[in-house]
Design a protein around this ligand. Structure first.
Ligand code: PLP
Length: 380
């Protein structure tokens, strides 16, 4: 790998261990029951166009760091939505509508979740109303619209769009398909997470190697906790689980450190848009709090470089389209290998089989192109 020397300068922001670590399959599957997980796979694997997304061997990167295997789950190939989110919102729409053609579904979104709900509604011939804040790009809004949704723009940030969605949906009797939980609103987030767990079912059939480590990106923690529940359901051996977040939105890290849900005030929005969340959702927290070994945070520096390197096949034999939220998995692994103490405490060595989740492709194609060219500039 030509660009190997540049990795020497990559370093994490914070790294902590979970003092309350106590992985229990039983407790996890009480929160997200096996029946939910199995139902989701049975339904989604029957959808038209379904096929498992590739599990790519990052052989060039594992050679550089003398690790046995690094697997990258490439969600850029997930249906035509280009992110794992396709598995969640669309599945919740199917379950909640339960064959009723007369309901209207709604949600608030930063982008990918709303697209999944809109697509899920379109598949079933239902109408959808998608609430977005002014922070959501025009390109993302047009993209959601292309799945037949009506876009409702709200002044303010994501929280304001969620409030507007709840108010208007209650008045109009629209079914809210939200990926975050609140008091007495847990079923839909659990269905959404069940959909995401399909990734682990696929991985359990794509490799015979026992996974020793999983690096998991988190926003509100939905994807991370769904993967953990999938591990509890499908994996024979329990890997070390490391949560990754932007340093500006490290709410899982803060909550693990304080041993209670802790909200962080986001002062600067990270370029890792889907992960720029200040509060862990309630259902994920019940799973995450005792199941993750470590949390790591990182800055936006080098995201573009990593996106460009994925595109140039610097980590694997094939080129990979990975968006801004796909990069931090690779970066955290590199940062952990660069730091002797972390490398030792994680037991990263020639026997390690690491799983990284490439959660999205070029979901915002303008931003993606910009990152590739910025990254290529930096690599010169
Ligand atoms: C595109 C995208 N959105 C959102 C998230 C975060 O998911 P969650 O909010 O469920 O933690 C990720 C990955 O962590 C992502 O890649």
């Amino acid at each position: 790998m030509q660009s190997e020397k540049i990795f020497n300068y990559w370093s994490h922001s914070k790294f902590i261990s979970n003092q309350k670590y106590n992985f229990s399959r039983e407790e996890i599957l009480k929160v997200l029951p096996k029946s939910y997980i199995d139902d989701a796979y049975a339904a989604i694997s029957n959808w038209e166009g379904y096929k498992p997304t590739p599990l790519i061997d990052l052989n060039k990167l594992s050679n550089t760091y003398n690790l046995n295997k690094i697997f990258y789950k490439d969600e850029s190939k997930r249906f035509k939505l280009k992110s794992f989110k396709a598995l969640g919102g669309a599945y919740a729409v199917e379950k909640i509508s339960a064959g009723n053609k007369n309901i209207i579904v709604s949600t608030a979104t930063a982008g990918n979740h709303g697209k999944s709900v809109a697509w899920g509604a379109q598949r079933l011939g239902l109408k959808s109303k998608i609430f977005i804040s002014q922070n959501v790009s025009e390109a993302r809004a047009r993209d959601i619209e292309s799945f037949g949704a009506e876009i409702i723009k709200v002044k303010g940030n994501y929280d304001d769009s969620l409030k507007a969605c709840i108010n208007q949906s209650t008045q109009n009797k629209w079914e809210i398909i939200q990926d975050v939980a609140w008091k007495n609103y847990e079923l839909v987030p659990k269905l959404t997470m069940s959909g995401y767990s399909v990734m682990i079912k696929e991985i359990s059939e794509q490799t015979n190697h026992y996974i020793t480590h999983i690096f998991l990106q988190a926003g509100v923690g939905g994807m991370a906790s769904a993967v953990i529940a999938g591990v509890a359901r499908y994996f024979k051996r329990i890997p070390k689980i490391i949560i990754i977040e932007p340093q500006s939105a490290d709410c899982v890290l803060a909550s693990i450190e304080n041993n209670k849900l802790t909200r962080v005030d986001i002062k600067t929005e990270s370029i890792m848009g889907g992960m720029s969340c200040g509060e862990v959702s309630l259902v994920p927290w019940q799973i995450i709090k005792n199941s993750v070994n470590n949390c790591l945070s990182l800055s936006d520096d080098n995201i573009a470089t990593t996106v460009a390197m994925l595109a140039k096949a610097e980590f694997s034999n094939e080129k990979i389209i990975g968006g801004e939220c796909s990069a931090p998995g690779i970066m955290s692994l590199i940062m952990s290998c660069n730091n002797k103490k972390i490398k030792q405490s994680l037991d990263l060595n020639e026997k390690s089989n690491i799983l990284l989740i490439g959660c999205e492709g070029d979901t915002d194609s303008k931003l993606y192109k910009h990152m590739v060219s910025l990254g290529n500039e930096k690599l010169k």
